[in-house]
Design a protein around this ligand. Structure first.
Ligand SMILES: Cc1cc2nc3c(=O)[nH]c(=O)nc-3n(C[C@H](O)[C@H](O)[C@H](O)COP(=O)(O)OP(=O)(O)OC[C@H]3O[C@@H](n4cnc5c(N)ncnc54)[C@H](O)[C@@H]3O)c2cc1C
Length: 320
């Protein structure tokens, strides 16, 4: 495991651009900054997946409940259409069987709905795929604005596309987890080609497509060739800290033909230790990330141009 050899302080130093702080105040300040200064939307995630004790599950539930209540009350996020959405990982809600996560996630989805906060259930590695699809689709079918994520690398994904009901939000990604060849393709070019093909298919099925990548060629192809099919059901998503400022402005300003809302995935942790654990896991799953981080730190592009205004197609208000 690569990360075992990296001291905690160095991991935290690496993490700085990618983590939006160590409490709710910190992450709200980041969300407010993104919205006011760059007209960018956010989705907030609490780092703390793969828990091993019930006390940590309870802590995660408690923090998410606070998030929903505070998002609804905070005057900076008074407009439900631009209010940050919230993302969660199922493994943050069980320290045993997968099925134990269903109950806390359902209660959280209900609280999110009551507070007009949209919720996305992130996709973890392939043993979680069935649980995540069943749970998110079941909650959406209750009339709650719950979305999920689909990974182009999995062989099963082509079949899964047909499961999403009209109007559901689906984030499309290549997938971060190194999966075995038995369940996933290993060719990155093919994973990327499927992003565009699957986005077209999902849009054709009436799904709201959240196209999540930092790949400039893919994003411009999406904006030029896919989004015009139904711009009001398209959004682009990127991770906090990955330097794509100019590209984000260009997408939001319609430089590639369609003005697209850009949403930043902003993870935060309670205390520094959870952030360190998260980053160590990410480094083990994807060692090339260390190189990406170094390239970002020492090779970012200069940005010019005016900050974008929020595109008219941005984020539908929460249902219900
Ligand atoms: C908003 C968002 C949510 C996501 N949610 C999930 C999820 O729920 N489940 C899941 O399995 N995966 C998720 N992912 C991760 C996704 O599956 C990819 O692993 C990740 O986005 C890298 O692939 P890429 O398409 O950006 O292309 P790449 O070819 O990997 O990246 C293109 C370029 O972007 C930059 N870059 C990409 N990633 C990073 C990084 N982490 N740090 C620094 N620079 C980087 C590099 O410059 C790189 O050359 C999410 C990604 C985003 C953007």
């Amino acid at each position: 495991m690569l990360s075992r050899f990296v001291p905690g302080a160095l991991v935290r130093w690496f993490a700085r651009p990618y983590v939006a702080g160590h409490d709710i105040d910190d992450v709200f300040a980041v969300a407010d900054r993104e919205l006011r200064s760059r007209a960018q939307l956010t989705t907030i995630d609490l780092l703390g997946e793969a828990v091993t004790e019930q006390a940590l599950v309870d802590e995660n539930v408690d923090v998410y409940e606070q998030l929903f209540e505070r998002l609804a009350r905070d005057p900076r996020f008074g407009n439900p259409a631009t209010r940050p959405t919230v993302s969660l990982k199922p493994s943050a809600f069980t320290c045993g069987e997968q099925s134990a996560a269903a109950d806390p996630i359902t209660r959280l989805a209900e609280r999110a709905h009551a507070n007009q906060v949209r919720l996305t259930i992130d996709m973890e590695d392939h043993p979680w795929t069935d649980f995540t699809l069943d749970t998110s689709i079941g909650l959406f079918e209750r009339g709650w604005d719950v979305g999920t994520v689909i990974q182009t690398r999995l062989h099963r994904t082509q079949r899964d596309l047909a499961r999403f009901p009209e109007g559901m939000r689906v984030r499309l990604v290549i997938g971060i987890y190194n999966e075995p060849a038995a369940v996933a393709i290993t060719d990155r070019g093919e994973m990327k080609a499927r992003m565009v093909a699957y986005a077209k298919e999902l849009l054709g099925r009436g799904v709201f497509v959240e196209f999540a990548t930092h790949d400039e060629a893919l994003l411009t192809e999406f904006a030029r060739d896919v989004a015009p099919l139904c711009p009001q059901r398209c959004e682009v998503q990127m991770l906090l800290g990955v330097p794509r400022t100019q590209l984000q402005q260009d997408l939001a300003n319609g430089r590639y033909g369609t003005r697209l809302p850009v949403r930043i995935y902003a993870p935060f942790s309670i205390g520094a230790d959870n952030a360190t654990a998260y980053l160590r896991r990410r480094m083990d799953e994807n060692p090339s990330m260390v190189l990406l981080v170094l390239r970002n730190l020492f090779g970012s592009r200069a940005v010019d141009g005016t900050p974008p205004s929020l595109p008219p197609t941005s984020a539908a208000p929460p249902t219900g």
